[in-house]
Write a protein that binds this ligand. Structure first.
Ligand code: HEC
Length: 255
């Protein structure tokens, strides 16, 4: 490397800074894996089958317009929460018009009390509808139009702030890599931001039109790819690639 080589590069950093970067990268990678597991459990289960598909994304954002949230959840992520027989009783109650009278007469109240309100009550502190109140149950038994605009707005802003922040530091560390041509490097750095916006825009678009579901997968997939690329290159340059040059400060830090 010539004299014009930027003097701050990953491979020649002191062990202390490399350890800090590595600690951060490892924790963020575990966080990323957890996010993927969580997506499998919420969106991945939307069609009742494990694994994320475009159907899942359509059901989550656009909704199952032929049925209710309650039924969709009982066939999806809430499938395990009640015995089969009780589950079918609730679905049956929804099909028959979800009246308050049959709610009590057919034992739906009891099923909810036994199987659901552990989590679905104000006392549990979980951010889920409170099923001790009948009106909340009626509300979820109406036609499923997918994620509400208010929940989309909430999740969108959390994602925009949170993910931008994560990619700020991952990108900053990766920007000190030397083995990657600058055009490719800048592309990989900026890609997650572009696809973050596309990903989030595609949630809203899918809410309006189910055909956009594939865009959600492309957006999320491209972000994950850029993350993996930056992660692997940064780790490689810090710990495997030979040092490019030692400056005095670096030698001091190491000894
Ligand atoms: C262990 C805790 C737990 C139990 C028990 C539970 N739920 Fe849930 N429920 C959740 C969580 C967490 C969510 C939000 C994540 C999701 O949608 O999968 C949720 C979401 C829902 C939703 C979607 C609410 C909305 O507005 O999007 C419905 C409907 C639902 N549950 C129905 C039920 C029913 C019916 C039962 C009982 C048979 C039940 N749940 C039992 C934790 C629970």
């Amino acid at each position: 490397m010539g004299k014009n080589q930027h003097s701050i590069n990953l491979s020649s950093q002191g062990t202390a800074l490399k350890s800090l970067f590595t600690g951060y990268l490892v924790v963020v990678a575990i966080g990323y894996l957890m996010a993927i597991v969580q997506i499998q459990f919420t969106h991945g289960m939307a069609d009742g089958k494990l694994g994320l598909s475009t159907d899942d994304i359509v059901y989550s954002y656009y909704g199952k317009r032929s049925g209710s949230t309650l039924e969709a959840k009982l066939n999806g992520s809430m499938k395990m929460m009640a015995p089969e027989e009780d589950r079918l009783k609730i679905i049956n109650w929804v099909h028959k018009g979800a009246t308050e009278k049959s709610f009590h007469d057919n034992g739906i109240r009891r099923i909810m009390d036994d199987s659901c309100i552990v989590c679905h009550s104000a006392a549990s502190g979980m951010p889920v509808p409170d099923f001790t109140k009948f009106e909340n149950i009626v509300h979820v038994s109406e036609t499923d139009t997918g994620a509400s605009f208010s929940s989309l707005a909430r999740v969108s802003h959390i994602h925009l702030f949170g993910i931008a922040f994560i990619f700020m530091f991952v990108g900053l560390i990766f920007s000190l890599a030397t083995g990657i041509p600058v055009v490719l490097k800048s592309t990989v750095i900026v890609m997650p931001y572009i696809f973050l916006i596309i990903d989030i825009a595609s949630w809203w678009l899918t809410k309006l039109n189910p055909h956009f579901a594939w865009l959600v997968i492309i957006g999320g997939g491209t972000m994950a790819l850029s993350f993996a690329f930056m992660w692997i290159v940064s780790m490689y340059e810090m710990w495997i690639m030979p040092r490019i040059h030692e400056d005095d400060r670096d030698a001091l830090l190491d000894e």
